[in-house]
Each structure stands twice: as structure tokens, then as C-alpha cells.
Design a protein around this ligand. Structure first.
Ligand SMILES: [Cu+2]
Length: 79
């Protein structure tokens, strides 16, 4: 699966996906494997992960006050 995250704000957002590690896509190809990646202001990035853990997984900004303000959603899939 591929997630594309776009940061339209002027703030840094460390985005976290529960239940998986993902691989950050870079211009050079495959970047580091992580479970949290900072999306820079005005930038976007893509991450790939194996959909091998079916369920409902929270994904959110790790700045808690951002998550509480709404930067939180569910990634959900079945086997
Ligand atoms: Cu944030």
C-alpha cells in the first residue's frame, strides 16, 4: 500500500501509522523504514507498507495537540 501525505501548512508534522513499519520513498528510490516520518512544511511525501496486518489502524500527527485538533484518521483494510 502507498500513502501520500501532503502538508499544506507552515508547520512540521511527524506522522505516525500504528501497526506497521513503512518505507519512505525518496527521489533516489527506497528510503529508510520507519513508523513515523516528518512531513516538512509545504512538502509531500509517500510511504509504502505491506498490508499484512488487517484491521483498523490509527494514523495521526505525533504532535498531540495536532492530533487532538483533527490530524487523526483510520487506515482500515481486511485480509
Ligand atoms: Cu502536526
Amino acid at each position: 500500500m502507498r500513502l501520500r501525505m501532503r502538508n499544506k501548512s507552515a508547520m512540521f508534522h511527524p506522522m505516525h501509522l500504528h501497526g506497521h513499519a513503512f518505507q519512505v520513498r525518496t527521489q533516489a528510490g527506497r528510503g529508510p523504514r520507519k513508523d513515523t516520518v516528518t512531513v516538512l512544511p509545504g512538502r509531500s511525501l509517500e510511504v509504502d507498507f505491506d498490508a499484512d496486518n488487517p484491521g483498523q489502524w490509527l494514523t495521526h500527527c505525533h504532535n498531540v495537540y495536532h492530533g487532538e485538533a483533527g490530524m487523526m484518521t483510520i487506515v482500515s483494510y481486511v485480509e
